[in-house]
Design a protein around this ligand. Structure first.
Ligand SMILES: Nc1ncnc2c1ncn2[C@@H]1O[C@H](COP(=O)(O)OP(=O)(O)OP(=O)(O)O)[C@@H](O)[C@H]1O
Ligand SMILES: [Mg+2]
Length: 264
């Protein structure tokens, strides 16, 4: 099987005052197979957000190649990619839905927006039906469809964001700390929704989080980042049970032990 998304030797430098630059992502390779959930973990500032934004073609990178769904998208500029046919197959859910949702859009309009921007004429014709189906899959109650973002809870906004990401049936969704603003029970709810979506729609996910307990629950494979580099990657369970890199060992040792089964 060929990977759905394949990144090779990706490097990103941000300019800093004084003419220098900081290397936020340093020669990173990774791929995601169809239907797979890849977890990306690492401490704050390790380059997770930068890497996922590069993968979604939201920010430019300096070096490396990106292939998505059989097409080399490296040289397509971010602005062009926004209107590219592949864009609808690759969606992103951000950390703070209050910031990413348009305050003047009711839930129904927010979820329907990608259909009007990126959908085919046939899809635009049945936008209402697609919106209702996406809301159902994301677990958003009908009564909230007329609500504005400020009238919703954090968990409800997260569901609007997820519904909007799935409305055009993408092949992959990148989620950057999508649940970090939610309490534990809402988090569990949103995670269950994502796993249901994978079984119903066969979606692939990239799930960025600094919460290792959460990532361990849902990821098939894991990428561990440290200072812009991938220090370890592998099957999630294997990485957790037998971490190879010193940095991964430190991360795992620091996981809160609450709820972990005691050995007898
Ligand atoms: N727009 C920018 N301009 C300059 N430097 C940046 C910019 N965005 C990020 N950086 C730097 O790049 C590095 C990686 O940042 P990034 O946001 O990718 O980390 P992260 O792993 O997502 O962290 P967090 O867990 O806190 O979200 C950091 O050193 C950060 O200061
Ligand atoms: Mg980040």
């Amino acid at each position: 099987m060929t990977p759905l998304l394949d990144l090779r030797a990706i490097t990103k430098r941000y300019p800093v005052p004084g003419g220098n630059s900081v290397t936020a992502v340093d020669a990173v390779d990774f791929h995601v197979m169809p239907g797979e959930i890849l977890g990306i973990v690492g401490e704050s500032g390790s380059g997770k957000t930068t890497l996922s934004r590069i993968a979604a073609r939201l920010i430019p990178h300096d070096e490396g190649r990106i292939t998505f769904d059989g097409e080399d998208i490296t040289r397509i500029s971010g602005a062009k990619f926004a209107r590219h046919p592949k864009r609808r197959a690759l969606q992103m859910v951000f950390q703070d839905p209050l910031a990413s949702l348009n305050p003047r859009f009711r839930a129904r309009e927010a979820i329907g927006d990608p259909v009007h921007r990126l959908g085919t004429a046939a899809e635009r014709g049945r936008a209402a039906e697609l919106v209702a189906e996406a809301a159902r899959l994301a677990g958003l109650p009908e009564r909230l469809m007329s609500a504005y973002p400020h009238q919703m809870s954090g968990g409800q906004r997260a569901r609007v964001d997820i519904a909007r990401a799935i409305v055009l049936r993408p092949k992959m969704i990148l989620l950057d700390e999508p649940t970090s603003a939610l309490d534990a029970s809402l988090q569990a709810h949103v995670i269950r929704t994502l796993l249901d979506l994978r079984s119903e729609l066969g979606l692939s996910f990239i799930f960025v989080s600094h919460d290792l307990n959460l990532v361990r629950l849902i990821s098939d494979r894991l990428l561990v980042m440290h200072r812009g580099r991938v220090v370890e990657q592998g099957v999630a369970q294997a990485v957790f049970e037998a971490p190879q890199a010193e940095y991964t060992k430190t991360l795992i040792a620091a996981i809160p032990q609450v709820g972990r089964r005691r050995s007898v």
